[in-house]
Design a protein around this ligand. Structure first.
Ligand SMILES: *Cc1c(COP(=O)(O)O)cnc(C)c1O
Length: 343
């Protein structure tokens, strides 16, 4: 099949309409089969719990065209599991994990002409979304749900790929509370963070770095991505916290750091003062991949990790190994790639 006529090497991280999306409905205690839809509009009850009380959760993952021409999805089983956990936490009907994997395969197959070619640096972003759809005005869980899944071809989240970003430590705004829902992928966390990101951008930074809401002492994460630091004695250090989203990219990088690069990995509370001793730092996530951190500003001090270079040596090795596995140029020892059958 011929590829869509897109400028693959200059794609941004934004929505482009593709051919189809899938919808599954939960009604009378069971999930429907997939409905294939062409329109990118959905019909929703105006009193749906998703709209009023934030009963929604989502996922984000990527499909890649590999060096051998095959199409694979990175760790889709992990996203299936996480979405189930997100749904349960906010009292929604979870979408079954096996059906989730099938849905991802199916939506990628249907939109194969939008999979960016190997070497373009772009990928096909897959966005599953679960919505409470019952029209109830009282505050209680919906009894009907819509699971939908669409794709859109994307370039890097932070423009320019391996382009370092400047972070501002945020002390006046919290994204999530320690016993709240910061550890699940729900839209409300993003709404809560927008005012912080907009403020940081207006001051010339690219993103914020949140501190834990209780002590304002430990690093949580950046807006849409987890955070890690590389110490001078070559440790990969990343925060443990009840209010950050357990990133699958970060989980993969911890394995790569330890097993492939021979580093010591520490996942523990990270005091914000430690930023001044790191050798390198990075943000990581499906969308961000690894985005090198140029500098972090905390109160009136700025620590600069990158001067003329765009990426430090350890972040570069982590990036090359992760993207190499995804693109099939580095051996997939851990069976992270799920091949999508394509005929
Ligand atoms: C999705 C997300 C991440 C990244 O998780 P991945 O599984 O690596 O894509 C990090 N932080 C937040 C808040 C997120 O929503």
């Amino acid at each position: 099949m011929e590829k869509a006529n897109l400028d693959w090497t200059n794609l941004e991280f934004s929505y482009i309409k593709t051919d189809y999306h899938l919808e599954y409905y939960f009604k009378d205690g069971k999930w429907s089969e997939a409905q294939i839809k062409k329109s990118d509009k959905i019909e929703l009850h105006m009193a749906a719990t998703a709209l009023h009380y934030g009963q929604q959760c989502f996922e984000g993952l990527k499909a890649f065209e590999r060096a051998d021409g095959k199409i694979s999805i990175f760790r889709v089983n992990e996203n299936a599991k996480r979405m189930k956990r997100s749904a349960k936490k906010i009292k929604m009907e979870p979408f079954p994990e096996d059906k989730f994997i099938e849905a991802v395969f199916k939506v990628v197959q249907l939109n194969r002409r939008f999979i960016p070619p190997y070497g373009s640096g772009a990928s096909l972003y897959v966005r599953p979304l679960l919505l409470g759809t019952s029209g109830i005005v009282g505050v209680k869980p919906s009894y009907e749900y819509l699971f939908l899944i669409f794709v859109t071809p994307v370039g890097p989240y932070f423009k320019g790929g391996l382009k370092p970003i400047r972070l501002l430590v945020e002390e006046e705004i919290d994204r999530a509370a320690p016993l709240g829902v910061g550890d699940v992928k729900v839209g409300g966390n993003y709404a809560a963070g927008m005012r912080a990101t907009i403020k940081a951008k207006s001051l010339g930074y690219n993103e914020v770095l949140y501190l834990d809401a209780k002590h304002k002492k430990y690093i949580d994460e950046s807006g849409p991505a987890n955070f890690f630091g590389i110490t001078k004695d070559n440790k990969y250090v990343t925060p443990a916290s009840s209010s950050i989203l357990p990133s699958i990219t970060n989980k993969s990088l911890r394995v790569i750091a330890e097993k492939e690069l021979g580093m010591t990995v520490e996942q523990r509370p990270v005091d914000v003062q430690e930023i001044f001793d790191f050798e390198e730092a990075g943000c990581c996530g499906t969308a961000a991949v690894i985005t090198p951190v140029k500098s972090i500003t905390y109160r009136d001090r700025e620590v600069v990790y990158l001067k003329d270079e765009d990426v430090g040596p350890t972040c570069k090795k982590l990036y090359d190994t992760l993207t190499g596995i995804q693109l099939g140029t580095v051996e997939d020892k851990y069976s992270w790639n799920f091949e999508v059958p394509m005929d």
